[in-house]
Design a protein around this ligand. Structure first.
Ligand code: AR6
Length: 185
C-alpha cells in the first residue's frame, strides 16, 4: 500500500511528540481519565479540558468512532484530536468498524485543519481492552488507506507506542501491510 511509506513507528510518550497534531484516546464524555488521556491533560494543562467542556456543552460529547479537535495547550503539537475508541466486548459488537472509524475521523480532521503530521497512540488497547495485534492491523491499514487517498495532504503519520512489546506488534503488522502491497512486489 503506497500510503504505508509515510507511516512511522516509535516508542515513547506521545505528549512529547512534535507532530502538528496528536491524537488522544479519550472517552465519549470527553471527561478525562487515565492512560494516555490523563497524560495529555496533565502535560497540556487546563486549557484542553476547558475546550472539552465547551464541546460537551455544545454537542453532548464525542460518540464512539468520532473525533473532535481542541487546542494542545502547553504541548508542542498545535492541536489535540480526541477520539473515543470502542471498548472491547469480544469482537462481535462492531468494535473493528468503530476502531477504523476513529482513525479515519482523526485523519479527516487533521487534513481539514491543514496539519501535515499526526501522532497516534494505540487507541482502545489499554483500559478499553482491545487486543493489540488486531488493533494494530486496523490502525495501520486505515491510516495508510487515508494517506494513499490524499497523497499531498500529509508528511507523516506516526504511531507512538508506550511499550516495546506494543512497538514490536506494530512493526510486524506494518511489515505485513507492506508485504501485501502491490508496490513491494
Ligand atoms: N503515550 C503514548 N501511549 C500511552 C501513553 C503515553 N503517554 N500512556 C498510555 N499509553 P489507554 P484506551 C498507551 O488506556 O484503551 C482513559 O481513561 C497505553 O499503554 O490510554 O483507548 C480514557 O479517558 C495503551 O497502549 O486508552 C478512556 O476512558 C494505549 O496508550 C479510556 O482510558 C491506549 O491506552 C480509553 O481507553
Amino acid at each position: 500500500m503506497t500510503g504505508s511509506e509515510k507511516l512511522v513507528l516509535s516508542r515513547g510518550d506521545i505528549t512529547e511528540a512534535t507532530t502538528d497534531a496528536i491524537v488522544n484516546a479519550a472517552n465519549q464524555g470527553l471527561v478525562g481519565g487515565g492512560g494516555v488521556d490523563g497524560a495529555i491533560h496533565r502535560a497540556g494543562g487546563p486549557e484542553i479540558m476547558a475546550e472539552c467542556d465547551r464541546i460537551r456543552a455544545e454537542k453532548g460529547g464525542c460518540p464512539t468512532g468520532t473525533a473532535v479537535v481542541t487546542t494542545a495547550g502547553r504541548l508542542r503539537a498545535r492541536v489535540v484530536i480526541h477520539t473515543a475508541g470502542p471498548r472491547w466486548k469480544g469482537g462481535a459488537k462492531g468494535e473493528a468498524e468503530d476502531l477504523a472509524s476513529c482513525y479515519r475521523a482523526c485523519m479527516e480532521l487533521a487534513r481539514e485543519g491543514g496539519h501535515r503530521s499526526v501522532a497516534f497512540p494505540s487507541i482502545s488497547t489499554g483500559i478499553y481492552g482491545y487486543p493489540v495485534e488486531e488493533a494494530a492491523e486496523i490502525a495501520l491499514s486505515t491510516v495508510a488507506g487515508h494517506l494513499e487517498r490524499h497523497p499531498d495532504a500529509f508528511d507523516e503519520a506516526r504511531f507512538v507506542l508506550f511499550s516495546e512489546a506494543d512497538l514490536e506488534v506494530y512493526k510486524r503488522a506494518l511489515d505485513r501491510l507492506k508485504e501485501g502491497s502491490p508496490d513491494s512486489a
